[in-house]
Design a protein around this ligand. Structure first.
Ligand code: GLY
Length: 327
């Protein structure tokens, strides 16, 4: 039996220090929630959903409650999940729900592999769910109920639009369970002031997230248009497949291999004349959680262990200048 592994991130970007540090304690809460689900016998999908839901619930993260509004001041959310058996659910433009990852998780339980733009009919169907389910999904009556005071403060300061300096995006989690099976999840409000109906990379399978038990689990964060145009995840998945074809145990034998691949691809991504970058977290088949980013900073949490013992437990902000702030 292998140890359970969980890695989370709170969005790679350029956020100013005081705002950045607000995320740090929430990383621990997110890891704790994921771990509790694992200890209670939850699946990898359940663990990923629990960890992400904590960040969706916190106004300091651009996901769920606290997601950045679009140009019409409506919070439109994207969320997705994929497991290593190549089953996925992805929704774009979810409305009036604080916890899109729970919706995705519940759809994944019942309906295998669905990618969809959220419809008004779906949104309205949640108005008729019972009180318990509404609470579970974080249902709110009005669009503006998803606009957090923190986001409004930032909006006000920036006269309606976040500057690059405050932009901090998507949250995500990857896990590998005791059998080595892999899972990835993602949730985002996308960029502030986005064009109504704009779709980013987050809920696109193979771009915002990917999981394949023979390869790796990964999920991205950052400027969706750049991640779409430069396709770093595609190049990473291709390189992982090449390595696994040469040696199926490559990531077990060389614990730094995955890190080298993502660092190289994110360095190249950063050189492609795209001003805004991003980050990635991943777990390779048989290997350990790792991450890369080409923005100013990324909040990271990692927990590895068994039901009896925690082997690794870390939460910190990592910065491009090499300085880390630990919890
Ligand atoms: N990476 C998330 C987005 O741009 O929507």
């Amino acid at each position: 039996m292998k140890p359970f592994q969980l890695i989370i991130h709170g969005g790679a970007g350029q956020l100013a220090e005081p705002y950045l540090m607000k995320k740090l304690p929430v990383l621990k809460e997110s890891l704790d929630a994921g771990w509790k689900t694992y200890l209670e016998g939850g699946t990898g999908e359940d663990v990923v959903a629990s960890a992400i839901q904590v960040m969706e619930d916190c106004e300091y993260f651009n996901a769920g409650y606290g997601g950045y509004p679009n140009a019409n001041k409506i919070v439109l959310l994207d969320a997705a999940m994929m497991n290593g058996d190549r089953e996925y659910v992805a929704f774009m433009n979810i409305r009036r729900l604080k916890y899109p990852i729970r919706v995705v998780r519940d759809f994944l339980k019942n309906e295998k592999s669905l990618s969809s733009v959220w419809t008004h009919e779906l949104m309205e169907s949640f108005d008729f769910k019972n009180a318990e389910l509404k609470k579970w999904y974080g249902w709110v009556e009005r669009h503006q109920d998803l606009l957090s005071p923190y986001v409004e403060e930032l909006l006000f300061k920036n006269q309606g639009e976040f500057s690059v300096d405050t932009g901090f995006r998507t949250v995500g989690a990857c896990a590998s369970d005791e059998s080595g099976a892999l899972f990835a999840g993602i949730s985002t409000g996308g960029p502030n002031h986005k064009v109504n109906g704009r779709i980013g990379d987050a809920a696109m399978i193979g771009l915002g997230l990917y999981a394949d038990n023979d390869l790796c689990a990964m999920t991205t964060t950052g400027y969706g248009e750049a991640l779409l145009a430069c396709f770093p995840t595609g190049f990473i998945i291709g390189r992982v497949r090449d390595e696994v074809r040469k040696d199926p145990d490559c990531f077990l034998k060389d614990s730094a291999l995955m890190k080298r691949i993502i660092d190289e691809e994110f360095q190249e991504f950063g050189q492609k004349k795209i001003k805004r970058g991003g980050g990635i977290i991943c777990i390779p088949k048989g290997g350990e959680p790792t991450y890369a980013f080409n923005t100013k900073a990324i909040p990271i949490g990692i927990r590895i262990g068994t039901k009896d013992k925690i082997i690794k437990n870390e939460a910190y902000i990592d910065r491009r200048d090499g300085e880390k702030s630990w919890l």
